[in-house]
Design a protein around this ligand. Structure first.
Ligand SMILES: [Zn+2]
Length: 217
């Protein structure tokens, strides 16, 4: 078990001594848990540590947790409690921003599970670079002549590619969970997820280039 996995669900509230269900805030007295600011994003929002999460569910969890952690709610508390509210609230906002985007959620989960970061492992799927370089040229050509419909077409192609990669990543996370459940080592799967995620970053970068700039003059 990693250090991160051990974080922070306190058994009791440090103020009212009642059992705590949510990590950041006590259900009864709404006192904040100081350790919440350092908890991992899944724990913080009370979500299971998995890739497959419904976006509405993530949003619902975020809204219910942020209700009592928002600094406004603690405006009349002592300065120390107010400062803690700021920190916990910032962590919750970061958690929501990260987890609601599938690619960011995948990258975050991957590192939480001990996978490599994009800086540590820059590998991409076989043949992927050649396709992307071709696409990049097509985008550059379309931009040079301001061909908006061609840019729209390329954007569609890239979006389809990104969605395919994300489906593959979802499948790999599923396989990883099964492997871990059988006590198998899932390192190869994590490496494969990293590779696919690197490809997603590449596609996203090209996607941003398909957004046509307004014609000069
Ligand atoms: Zn309490």
């Amino acid at each position: 078990m990693s250090e991160l996995e051990k974080t922070t669900v306190p058994s009791k509230c440090s103020r009212c001594d009642r059992p705590m269900a949510e990590v950041p805030v006590c259900d009864y007295c709404h006192w904040l848990n100081p350790a919440a600011a350092g908890a991992d994003y899944f724990t913080l929002l009370g979500l299971p540590r998995q890739f497959d999460l419904d976006e509405e569910w993530i949003r619902g969890k975020f809204l219910s947790v942020s209700r009592y952690t928002h600094p406004d709610f603690h405006a009349t508390d002592n300065p120390q409690a107010q400062e803690m509210a700021l920190r916990v609230s910032a962590a919750i906002n970061d958690a929501y921003r990260t987890l609601r985007d599938p690619a960011n959620r995948a990258a975050y989960l991957l590192e939480l599970l001990g996978g490599k970061s994009s800086a540590e492992d820059r590998s991409i799927p076989d043949g992927f670079l050649a396709t992307m370089m071709m696409m990049q040229e097509e985008i550059a050509d379309a931009r040079a002549v301001g061909d908006k419909s061609e840019l729209d077409r390329l954007r569609d192609v890239l979006a389809t590619q990104r969605d395919g990669l994300m489906r593959r990543i979802a499948g790999l996370f599923g396989e990883y969970q099964e492997a871990v459940a059988c006590q198998a080592i899932g390192t190869d799967l994590l490496n494969e997820i990293r590779k696919q995620l690197n490809a997603v970053s590449y596609v996203k970068k090209l996607l941003s280039q398909t957004i046509a700039q307004p014609a000069a003059g």
